[in-house]
Unconditional design. Structure first.
Length: 137
């Protein structure tokens, strides 16, 4: 059996692959741009500050496409897994699960858990995945 645990956020995904007694660790980066739109036509001393209109929808749409590409890269990397566990802060792991349900139904069926987990070191991620699959399987 090949078990894969992934700790992920928008910036990167740490994948731990367990197969028998072998353990592999890999990091996949998202290449997601972090948008910090700033504007300001007008002077700094203007009474109500800069008067630019920032098109949030444009940035959000771009982020959505970049996330989809990131998720497809991850799906390709885990396509031969027998069981998958997703961990991470915020809701990136839940978004990944939803993308798998939509685009990769066979992989989505292999997801055993989606759990919230704070930032961790590489060794903590490995230990968490080992612990999860030792109690699970």
């Amino acid at each position: 059996m090949k078990y894969i645990g992934i700790w992920m956020d928008k910036e990167k995904a740490h994948m731990v692959t367990l197969k028998g007694e072998q353990e592999a660790f890999e990091t996949v980066f998202s290449e997601l741009e972090f948008f910090k739109p700033s504007g300001g036509s007008g002077t700094k001393t203007a009474k109500w500050g800069p008067q630019d209109v920032v098109q949030d929808s444009k940035y959000l749409e771009r982020e959505k496409h970049q996330l989809r590409a990131y998720f497809n890269n991850l799906a390709e990397a885990i396509k031969d897994a027998d069981a998958i566990a997703l961990f991470g802060p915020a809701d990136t792991s839940e978004k990944f699960r939803k993308e798998l349900l939509k685009s990769h139904k066979t992989l989505a069926a292999k997801i055993k858990t989606v759990t919230k987990a704070d930032s961790m070191t590489d060794n903590q991620v490995k230990a968490m995945v080992r612990d999860y699959f030792s109690t699970e399987g």
